[in-house]
Design a protein around this ligand. Sequence first.
Ligand code: DGJ
Length: 729
Amino acid sequence: MPIEWNEKEEVFHLYNGKVSYFIQIVHGKYPAHLYWGRQVKTRQPSSILAFKGRAFSPTTEPEDPKFSLDTLPQEYPAYGNGDFRSPAYQLLSEDGSTITEFVYNSHEIFQGKRPLKGLPAAYVEDDSEADTLIITLVDSLLGVGLNLHYTIYSDLDVITRSASFENLGNREVELHKCLSMSVDFHQADWDWLHLHGTWSRERHIERQPLHHGLQTISSTRGASSHQHNPFVALLSKNANEESGDVYGVSLVYSGNFQAAIEVDPFQTTRLSIGINPFDFTWLLKPGETFQTPEAIMVYSSDGLGGMSRTYHKLLRTRVCRGVYRDKTRPILINNWEATYFDFNEKKLKEIAEAGNELGIELFVLDDGWFGHRDNDKSSLGDWVVYQKKLPNGLAGLADYIGKLGMKFGLWVEPEMVSPDSELYRRHPDWCLHVPGRRRTASRNQLVLDLSRKEVCNYLIDTLSKVFKSAAISYVKWDMNRNMTEIGSAALPPERQRETAHRYMLGLYRILEKLTERFPAILFESCSGGGGRFDPGMLYYMPQTWTSDDTDAVERLKIQYGTSLIYPAITMGAHVSDVPNHQVGRTTPLLMRCHVAMAANLGFELNIDKLSEGDKTLVAAQIQQYHQIKDLVCFGDQFRLLSPFAGMDTAWMYVSPKQERAVVFYYKTLAVPNPPFFRLKLRGLKREAMYKVNNGDKVFYGDELMQIGLTLPLIKKDYSSFLYRIEKVN
Ligand code: DGJ
């Protein structure tokens, strides 16, 4: 059993052959963090902790003056009874106090992993894949139970954690903070790394040394956000792509979150993640339970690359669900950048026909097909076809596309309502708002109040009708603003600050219902590009539109940063027109193809207007993509050169048996009189022999990895190369 309870030592050991995680119940009461990292054996785990009485650190145990919660490395710390660091939770009781004392009560260990009610989470397909520990603590004065959930996967270096509060008493309590996990590391000489950005510039990498005190990233936008991804990592100073200790925590949640790291004076590092406590409360009535979202914790001794490959495998196989989980995705063409709102049936057919001739498999009709939507000022909420643009309805267009031999896909933005819409005129109180206050618009739209059951039911029914109205195989689910005036007309005053989380629960319920009802549809989530690229969304929709920025150069950074956590199979990547609509840059079509081919390939341009030469190039790259897409989707990714470090970017995808690989290399700006450059590959079998692009020469794996692949001298800006590596028998 990979979770052991050593009763004498009062220590839990979670292990899987590669990773160990130790928790000690100190003084029979307090869950202390002993260790998380490479698997270790220890006969006296309880001797890991060392104690010393410190000035100004209060002691709770009169017979043990060296002991203080203030210096104890903890698992789920409180504030107010001895620990002055940032707590994992805070409860307000009816008497106005926030003082709590949760102490160990019992525990349960079992094989497998239970789903979290109403929330996305990592899962198992067979109980043998993971083991779970639930430690139950109780505050007897409050009559509240606290369950700490830990699951360790057998074949992945992953531990998942969450917490649930159960009101066992007969008085109400109010949760003010309840994070998903907290760990106190016994050292502080780390760097920390996170992904930041904005619209059209998502998930850029930032790595910094830790400083004493708190460092946080968060979202208050009602979405996980373009600005910060719900992920943070601690890295040993020497950690790089290939080696060194890396600890990642990622939150399976799509709303407001906070990740915090606090270094205390004794070099303890507290790492935590969960729902953002800012502007959050939750009233817990007697008999009720509150379940936090889940955190996915990954330890890697193989640097960032090792961490990413673990996240990739877990997200791809045990977070994403549905028939498309294990399938490569159709190559699509989307009309957005080709037409924006200015299209009619004829124009759409021309794009689809031209795409079809080149080998594109799916046509996606983007924004502007419903209500009277000629621009972004109206009609969100009115999910009926715009007859002026589509006189034969969705079914007419979908049939036409189907007859071409292509699939048909549709864009929707269900969570929103335009003030100029029938829906808003009928139900002005169905949007998030605060009575008497301005309803602040963003992109001329308001946010529907998904904390209300009737609004969610309306969306489930309306969208079901739309999805049934034509042969729809793909849906792009967009969300183009963040929340303001977060309040609900349906909630009492004491529950107003629950609105943002209730919204997420409502959204997850809608997505659960629709994906259950339409299992054959491939759903792609989007929020103005990658504004909600998170594991929560991936649980329902197995791919995300990575960014509205389709410029090949900008995309290198965006896709590289995204790949720290998310596998290529979850990223939508399109070839678009030049000069690029976001940055005005002109890059060659080949490089645009090569960048998009490193994820789920799509196109988003007037493909019918391409020159014959460009059409030939696109058709050839589509053929090439078919040869490599299984590697991109299911292979192990190795990042070779970072766009954040210079003008060269390279990454490769290796088949699980290391028999095939595809390498992408991109050079943004050429240098005069360049030296020869050898690209060192990774992930191959050292002693196996490989051919490159089916050439005459044969190379050993270690030769390609240690000496490298010699690249041609590059004399042009925006050059790119794709190498197919195949094992020779
Ligand atoms: C934002 C998306 O990211 C775009 O791809 C496009 O679908 C527009 N919304 C449509 O309004």
